[in-house]
Design a protein around this ligand. Sequence first.
Ligand SMILES: [Zn+2]
Length: 507
Amino acid sequence: MTTQLRSLWTLLLLLGLGVVTSCAGVQAPAGTSQSPTAAASPAMTPAKARQLAHAQAVDQPVRWLLNAQIIDPDKQTVTTGHIRIKSGRIARVTAKLPTAPGPGSLDLKGRFVLPGLVDLHVHSWGNPSPQKGPDHACGHAETARLMLYSGVVAYLDLGSKEQTIFALRQRLRSGKAKGAALYAAGPVLGRITTAKSHVHSMPNSADRQLRQVDGPKSARLHVQQLALHKPDFVKVLMDHTGDSQNVTQQTLAAIVDEARRHHLRVICHIGTWVDARMCLDAGAHALTHLWDEDDIAPKLLKDLAAAGIPLIPTQPVQVDMPHFAGPKVSWSQLARAVSPASLRKAYSTPATFVKKAAFWHGYQPQHVKDYERQLRALHKAGVRLLAGSDSGNFGTFHGYSLHRELLLMHRAGVPPWAVLKAGTTNAGRFLGLKLGVGPGAEATLVVLGASPLADMANTQRIVHVIQHGKLIDRKALLTGGSVGVPPCDAAPKLWPHHSTTHRGQPK
Ligand SMILES: [Zn+2]
């Protein structure tokens, strides 16, 4: 039964099928107001100080970041210096304080600069309530804002309604919507025949979340249709954990081949290590998730490392229910900022969780050590790990959960520099982004009040977010007030045809 429950959860929640009965707004927490001033550091002369910009307004261009401790995950160095930003890129980094930095200079007073964070596994519809409702579902655009607020400057949606998600991607890229950079696979390709599957019974609208593939021919057709949207990746659901009939090796090979013809890369959701092997053999480009019940075979570890196939572990979705559940949970400032009070309250009483949430709450603690062991084995074998949260599921919150992924990776025994690379530069490269802290890198950075090398939880201590060389008004991202979109509670319902009886109750 265990695997069947798991499977059902996978099929329903990874597709972001939530109940949208109302929409609770996210409030800016007290004390997070963004009013960065360019005050002079003690080392500066009054003349230099006068030249520094004062009280930056909304999304102001940054010319200099002064007195920074610059964390370079690729070089594994922390250096003190000053960063010159020009045309959205890092122009140079110097140890010598510029004599006339001019307006648009921000004195960081020894704070830490890190390349922007990246989340490579997201379902950006919203966050489900573990109770019968309401969920926090204010639309995909809100997720883009919550991500950026959280220092997650780019994210990959691996399963959303295709027209909705590609339309948002277009709006973000054209500057009509504001938020983190969105990359998207669109709908999941899979073969789901479970009789009770809600996915299967969904109306076959054009704006679908799943493309049902029935054999190699059908698979090619779906990839061809999907390619018209220019997805950033193709996501395939491979899952031997439960009662879903799987995509066969032959069909998977057809998906990968057709994707290659359209210059698209394929990411496999894996349920077990059997799925991982099938995906590797078919030529998939990345894997996502871990499996708890069997250890990964040495041969598979070796082959994954040799093929350079990265794995996106998504520990938050696998272990974080207990992190939020219960009356005495203390939510961090960042977690509070990106979650509505209604959901925090819903998490406080596990006794009344819906069956699926209750199952996960009980199941996850038994397998924390298994996931940690798998992560250590993958890292030790040289398999590249990339960070992803699978947020949009129980026990996750958009933006915040990427920080949990990094912390959980570190707790599992992955060294801090490898964790930081997994969540910044390497994850950025996977999307084709040049994130970094050296000349030529995109000036998309987070400024932290303390070093993540001292404590990985410090990635949450965000002081500033800089996107393409502009200092972001983070508070405005929470309210939506200044970004040309209605506030959360005025947003339309996403899936009004769903009701609480469709919550995917386990059999
Ligand atoms: Zn997922």
